[in-house]
Design a protein around this ligand. Structure first.
Ligand SMILES: Nc1ncnc2c1ncn2[C@@H]1O[C@H](COP(=O)(O)OP(=O)(O)OP(=O)(O)O)[C@@H](O)[C@H]1O
Length: 244
């Protein structure tokens, strides 16, 4: 396994509320270079919210969030070029083809025009999208739209990768492909944060698994451990009981 390096993503005592409803309560965590850190939790646990904070899409009410030591809201544009992400629905211009979308993603990630064209061709092959390269994004199946989103996130080999439920809508071949891509990103030294509901899949790809429940970190799971589902529900039930 690759050696794990410096802290790249970090949050300390982060709280986020929507109105009076707490969504994250005192979350502290980190992701280091060369590791895949997975967040698992039930629907509404706060996983997407944490990712949106790291991407500067929202601000914490309390606590600190850092990406390579900088607050996302103050990060210069050039730092974002090394951050690949797929959060919620894959972002694609519906009227543009797969190839055109990937060229734009490459340009936004700081590649030259020629570099973006080459990267688009490469990632179309990697994600097995060749048949749809000239198809407009709006005509893609859900799974192929997800593949396009993953290709866009990875287009410039980012050293920070934030993927929310990346297996969404993928077929078994797509899931295996994603596994390989995450492994390669880890070997390049990328810091990867993923969220998932699929404990078996997460156990295959993650170096670290953190369980969240109702906005709080409630423990960690050993990816090599047995019966992860039972361990996960034990943590969740214990936390839910303690809150009563
Ligand atoms: N913009 C918003 N306004 C109000 N509430 C919100 C908003 N965004 C998220 N929430 C609430 O925050 C909580 C956490 O949502 P979040 O999407 O982070 O959970 P999640 O763990 O990603 O869930 P899922 O597994 O279902 O995707 C939920 O109760 C959700 O309804």
């Amino acid at each position: 396994m690759t050696e794990v390096g410096d802290v790249v993503l970090e949050c300390r005592n982060v709280c986020k509320r929507y109105g009076s409803a707490p969504v994250l309560e005192g979350v502290t965590t980190e992701v280091r270079a060369g590791e895949v850190h997975a967040f698992v939790g039930l629907n509404g646990a706060g996983k997407t919210t944490l990712m949106r904070l790291f991407l500067g899409m929202i601000e914490p009410d309390d606590g600190i969030v850092r990406v390579r030591g900088l607050a996302p809201s103050t990060m210069p544009a050039r730092h974002w070029t090394g951050v690949g992400h797929l959060v919620e629905t894959p972002l694609a211009y519906p009227e543009l083809t797969v190839a055109q979308n990937l060229r734009i993603a490459g340009r936004l990630a700081g590649l030259s025009a020629a570099g973006a064209t080459a990267a688009a061709d490469r990632w179309i092959e990697e994600l097995v999208l060749s048949r749809w390269a000239r198809t407009s994004a709006r005509k893609l199946s859900l799974g192929n739209r997800q593949r396009l989103g993953l290709a866009a996130a990875l287009i410039a080999d980012p050293d920070v990768l934030i993927l929310d439920e990346p297996t969404n809508a993928l077929d078994p071949a797509g899931i295996m492909l994603l596994r390989t891509l995450l492994q390669r990103s880890r070997e390049r030294g990328a810091a990867t944060l993923v969220s998932s509901h699929h404990l078996d899949e997460v156990a295959r790809v993650a170096d670290r698994i953190t369980a969240v429940n109702e906005g709080r970190v409630v423990g960690s799971l050993d990816p090599d451990g047995i019966d992860l589902e039972r361990q996960f529900f034990d943590l969740v039930y214990r936390d839910s009981e303690a809150r009563r």
